[in-house]
Design a protein around this ligand. Structure first.
Ligand code: COA
Length: 334
């Protein structure tokens, strides 16, 4: 089995900052309610001209530059997104073209907020078998254009952004993905769904008139689900890696809600300094949240060679995933 390590990272968020007070001008809410229930202070909303593809290309270019990898040397582009520019073509091909990855295959993974962790696990499989040496893994979402601004309990939680990592084969032993869990329970599908716009219920004059568009979420059910799966999947991934909680150097959880992150960290017994939290500044950026948090952690010097990272996420499906990823021994790019 061939090992891997992360050699480059980058993130991209729109310049347009939308504070809780800004949202209170649009919907019946308040800064106090949003902060208390979710820990979110502000989020970014894309402006005209920005799309999931443009944000993905920007963060991918940054990640490749940092890794010192030429786009033509990328073997595979994986983009996790549930808000691609188009239903088809997949946004992964726009990213492949946009960065100039002329020799790469490209694939979009639509697994809700869990998508990036699924994609990282997928990248390792291609590297382990020797099929690929360099995989670009991206998580990107532009959900602000899909929100139903009549649903105040959901629209205040989400934001736009993108993050990317370059994963490369290495001769170093024992690093890369040490253990993982991928989960799905389709019986909970209705709790987090965009019901209109697919083939089951295409957008029509009637659905528009009835205001049926946008993301629907049963917040309480998702909350219960998230607190249940985060702890269990983390422990299962640790067991598979033959590691214990104390071996984790940094937990990078899906940034949906500060209360959910606090709960998971407390339950696992991880101190705050080992947990990455940026939900206060970006809200829930869905599949972008883990790579965005990871990229900021790299930028802040919170990841060292040899460190053990724990990435955990949950989302639409319902789905969940946990990955224990060990960095290789080589010094990280500045
Ligand atoms: N501003 C002000 N009040 C609001 C509000 C808003 N934006 N949204 C809802 N409320 C009101 C409700 O109407 C309700 O009022 P009532 O008691 O008079 O009926 C009250 O606040 C409590 O609503 P409730 O839904 O019980 O709040 P909550 O404590 O469960 O928090 C969420 C709501 C959505 C923040 C919480 O359930 C959550 O975070 N769930 C998980 C969501 C998640 O992680 N999604 C990501 C999936 S990847």
């Amino acid at each position: 089995m061939i090992s891997s390590t992360i050699t480059g990272w980058g993130h991209e968020v729109p310049d347009n900052v939308v504070t809780n007070d800004d949202l209170a001008q649009l919907v019946d809410t308040s800064d106090e309610w949003i902060r208390e229930r979710s820990g979110i202070r502000e989020r970014r909303h894309a402006s005209d001209g920005e799309t999931t593809a443009t944000m993905s290309i920007a963060c991918s270019t940054r990640a490749l530059e940092r890794a010192g990898v030429a786009p033509a040397d990328v073997d595979l582009v994986l983009v996790a997104s549930s808000s691609p520019d188009y239903l088809t073509p997949p946004v992964s091909s726009q990213v492949q073209e946009g960065i100039g990855a002329t020799h790469a295959g490209a694939m979009q993974l639509t697994v809700g907020c869990t998508g990036f962790v699924y994609a990282l696990v997928t990248a390792q499989q291609f590297i382990s078998t020797g099929a690929c040496r360099t995989v670009l893994v991206v998580g990107a979402e532009l959900t602000s254009r899909w929100m139903n601004y009549n649903d105040r309990s959901t629209c205040v939680l989400f934001g736009d952004g993108a993050g990317a990592v370059v994963v490369q084969a290495t001769e170093a032993d024992g690093c890369g993905l040490r253990g993982h869990v991928l989960g799905s329970d389709g019986s909970g599908a209705e709790h987090l769904i965009i019901p209109v716009g697919g083939v089951a219920q295409p957008t029509t004059k009637e659905t528009l008139a009835q205001d049926l568009g946008g993301l629907r979420m049963n917040g309480r059910e998702v909350f219960k689900f998230a607190t249940r799966v985060l702890g269990t999947s983390l422990q299962q991934a640790l067991d598979k890696a033959n590691l214990a909680v104390d071996d984790i150097d940094l937990l990078v959880p899906h940034q949906a809600n500060a209360r959910i992150i606090d709960f998971a960290a407390r339950e696992a017994g991880l101190p705050p300094e080992k947990v990455v939290v940026n939900v206060d500044r970006y809200g829930n950026t869905s599949a972008a949240s883990v790579p965005l948090a990871l990229s900021e952690a790299f930028d802040a010097g919170r990841v060292a060679p040899g460190d053990t990272l724990a990435l955990v996420a949950f989302g639409a499906g319902l789905t969940w995933a946990a990955a224990i990823y060990q960095m290789g021994p080589a010094p990280l790019p500045v």
